[in-house]
Design a protein around this ligand. Structure first.
Ligand SMILES: [Fe+2]
Ligand SMILES: [Fe+2]
Length: 332
């Protein structure tokens, strides 16, 4: 390997000289207090992200430090507001064949095959033949869905933003919904809850691209995963109706509408991107469980990755508060 990976983001300490290749996750030019331009850069590798700044020769480096490119970084690590920040003195753009790409993509601690099997097991326990056939046509019959679902993150940055994160999120929600279906029986439909649990974010496998740095696709930006999910339900119901013996009769129109509704309403409010607010008990529960699971994951990961020593995290800008660090999260 022409440019071996010698330093990883997470192991870099204050005052350390940095001389190693990284993948550029983000870069933008900003203006300092004196009016002088500088660059905000986020470097990444399989261990995580690393903040960096470029203060000199900004026009030159602006054309080189481009998102998704591999660069050999020369610089020094400094401490800024309690975080490590690399001051880049020089960088050289590398070709993909000059690095070992796997060392730059986030690793997942999750077992995708096991999680997928768990999802299929829950689907096989559904009682309603129409809702079960709908989920089987997507999770069991569709090889493209299976292969993408075993890789996709659930988001670009907010929650479960790592490979297999979407599957982790969906299985976690399905288990919670299964529990709540018993708690609120007989007034909620377990199978409709599971339809929402499994399908609400499914179209993120096409809304996002995740071969390198995660970003939105054109379809994701123009249509979005709620409407794409509803379109998928329409398509799969038509497919099931065209296959003899798949359904005990025509797919009931109301069930199809409810399946679409729980997907379209799962963001809860119009200003959060839902074209409809939850209008049935199942949609309310799916929205709240989705919100809960996203927040638990986002805050857990924030606490886990926080660089501060001691009892409290650095300020979380999204939640505008400091979080208490329990024993498991404290650095020795
Ligand atoms: Fe969503
Ligand atoms: Fe979700």
């Amino acid at each position: 390997m022409k440019y071996p990976k010698t330093q990883f983001s997470k192991s870099i300490r204050e005052s350390e000289r940095v001389s190693s290749p990284f993948l550029i996750k983000y870069s933008a030019v900003a203006t300092g207090k004196t009016g002088k331009p500088y660059m905000n850069v986020i470097l990444t590798d399989k261990s995580g992200d690393l903040e960096a700044r470029i203060f000199d020769q900004v026009p030159k480096y602006n054309s080189q430090a481009v998102k998704d490119s591999f660069v050999q970084v020369e610089g020094v690590a400094q401490s800024f507001n309690g975080r490590i920040q690399v001051h880049i003195k020089d960088l050289v753009v590398l070709r993909e064949d000059e690095v070992n790409v796997a060392e730059y993509l986030p690793e997942s601690y999750l077992d995708a095959e096991k999680l997928y099997a768990e999802a299929c097991l829950i689907i096989s326990s559904m009682q309603d033949p129409f809702y079960r056939a709908l989920l089987e046509s997507i999770f069991v019959d569709d090889a493209e869905v299976a292969s993408k679902f075993k890789k996709a993150p659930a988001a670009k940055s907010v929650h479960h933003a790592y490979p297999v994160g979407l599957l982790e999120h969906v299985v976690s929600i399905a288990k919670t919904l299964d529990f709540l279906s018993k708690q609120y029986a007989p007034h909620v439909d377990r199978d409709l809850l599971l339809v929402g649990g499994f399908l609400h974010d499914l179209a993120k496998i096409w809304e996002l691209q995740y071969d390198r740095v995660t970003d939105y696709t054109t379809e994701g930006r123009l249509v979005g995963h709620l409407v794409m999910g509803s379109e998928l339900i329409e398509k799969k119901v038509q497919l099931l109706e065209s296959q003899s013996g798949r359904l005990p009769g025509p797919f009931p129109a109301e069930k199809k509408l409810l399946a679409k509704h729980v997907v379209l309403a799962h963001h809860g409010k119009l200003e959060y991107g839902s074209p409809k607010e939850p209008a049935c008990l199942e949609a309310v529960i799916i929205h709240m469980v989705d919100d809960l699971d996203s927040k638990v994951n986002a805050i857990r990961v924030f606490i886990e990755q926080d660089q501060a020593t001691g009892t409290w995290t650095l300020l979380n800008r999204q939640y505008e508060r400091y979080f208490y660090k329990p024993e498991w999260a404290r650095k020795s």
